[in-house]
Design a protein around this ligand. Structure first.
Ligand SMILES: Cc1cc2nc3c(=O)[nH]c(=O)nc-3n(C[C@H](O)[C@H](O)[C@H](O)COP(=O)(O)OP(=O)(O)OC[C@H]3O[C@@H](n4cnc5c(N)ncnc54)[C@H](O)[C@@H]3O)c2cc1C
Length: 394
């Protein structure tokens, strides 16, 4: 049977569009993913040896201040009260992140009031000539001062980009959060938490509709010729792959994950520990049992996953867009080309070549559904699905 709508990619963007189209418009949807599971990068699974739930593509912490997105997700899952905190290890000591009054007091070895800390930082950020050079190092020093930069940002950035921060553009860090309070919650959003039964279960609930047919382990690009060209497509794969790299390949960064099962119930006392110094090769370690403290896992062992970022090769998972000027130029050429495919809507982080948090991917998908898909289906399916490269959506 010919579907009314084809959705490529079963991450938050694709799943949201598929769910809306099937539930609200009663459309038959074919949802395709080249991976062998639903959930995209938010996929979670239970480790068979320990029973601990892990996130295969790195820890995914849900947070949003978008009321509509939060309400939408409540239909498919209850959320825990998890509040994310992060610590950083530097020269044998541990500090809360992002840098706050507690971090500064410990680092400078004296209790400080907010005004005293502000005063200290304003002296340290006032290095002559520092703000103007255009590189990441000088920009960071102009924001937090040299001592905090050298302790918590310089080597971490080296490891993230495998490059001297003095050769990186300042645009990578337009702002660095520096808090002059003891607030140590990592996110400042109104809503935060994790799906009680995990992300994969949340996706299963979203897609539990007889109108949605799911095909996993299938690359849409290998079989797109089989589909009628007039059937609209929501494409959330990499936009450069859609066009076979005709305008050049967009650069991404990826992460190698090294998983270790350790014979202790608690290895690091928190979910995420950053490692700020160069002599530790990984950027951070994630101990997954801390994401669900209320579950009381019975295993006497724990799982720690260490992260090693690097530039992505074509066969790697694309995680973070490099987004340098030349990448942005290539992307704008693909956007222009996409206007020649009026029935294909490019969405999600890979389709629009930008980093999106989960709540942003969902918000963008809800908007595309309301402003592009719904009117098109309700107005008799005539004319092009979208006007302009991305149908006017953001
Ligand atoms: C390491 C890491 C940590 C993150 N942590 C957080 C976090 O803590 N909080 C947060 O809010 N966000 C986080 N994110 C961002 C989050 O992963 C994204 O918001 C989310 O993945 C966006 O959903 P999406 O649908 O756009 O993309 P994806 O989830 O990537 O889904 C796209 C899907 O398309 C499929 N696909 C691609 N090409 C094809 C093709 N040709 N045929 C068929 N299928 C195809 C892919 O297999 C993939 O499953 C993190 C991202 C990374 C990389």
């Amino acid at each position: 049977m010919t579907p009314d709508l084809i959705v490529v990619g079963c991450g938050f963007y694709g799943a949201t569009v598929a769910e809306r189209a099937a539930s609200e418009l009663a459309l038959s949807v074919l949802l395709i993913d080249r991976r062998d599971h639903i959930g995209g990068n938010a996929f979670s699974e239970t480790d068979p040896e320990t029973g601990i739930e892990i996130h295969r593509y790195g820890p995914h912490l849900f947070h949003t201040s978008n009321e509509a997105v939060w309400r939408y997700l409540q239909r498919f899952a209850r959320f825990t009260g998890y509040r994310h905190t992060v610590y950083a290890r530097h020269r044998g000591a541990t500090y809360p992140m992002p840098i706050n009054l507690d971090t500064m007091s410990r680092f400078f070895g004296k209790a400080m009031s907010p005004d005293e800390a502000r005063q200290l930082i304003s002296v340290q950020t006032a290095e002559p000539g520092i703000a103007a050079s255009g590189n990441l190092e000088d920009k960071a020093i102009s924001l937090v001062g040299r001592p905090l930069y050298e302790a918590f940002i310089r080597d971490y950035t080296w490891k993230q980009w495998q490059t001297d921060p003095r050769t990186l553009p300042e645009s990578i860090i337009t702002r660095l959060p520096l808090r002059f309070t003891f607030e140590n919650r990592y996110f400042a959003d109104t809503y935060e938490g994790l799906p009680e039964s995990g992300y994969t279960q949340l996706f299963a609930r979203m897609l539990d509709n007889p109108r949605i047919a799911i095909r996993l382990g299938v690359d849409y690009l290998a079989l797109r010729h089989q589909f009628q060209p007039e059937v609209p497509v929501i494409y959330t794969g990499p936009i450069d792959r859609f066009f076979a790299g005709s305008q050049g390949w967009l650069r991404w960064r990826t992460v190698d994950f090294e998983k270790e099962i350790i014979d202790t119930e608690d290895y690091q006392g928190c979910a995420v520990m950053n490692f700020s110094d160069r002599d530790v090769r990984y950027t951070r370690s994630v101990e997954y049992r801390h994401l669900y403290p209320e579950r009381r896992y019975v295993s006497k062992r724990t799982i720690v996953v260490r992260e090693f970022p690097r530039e992505a090769a074509p066969s790697d998972e694309p995680f973070y867009p490099v987004g340098a000027t030349e990448d942005r130029e290539i992307y704008s050429r693909y956007r222009a080309l996409s206007a020649k495919h009026p029935n294909v809507l490019f969405g999600g982080r890979l389709g629009t070549y930008r980093y999106l948090d989960m709540h942003q991917a969902i918000a963008s998908a809800l908007k595309a559904f309301e402003t592009v898909l719904k009117p098109w289906f309700q107005n008799g399916r005539t004319g092009p699905l979208k006007r302009g490269p991305e149908g006017g959506q953001s």
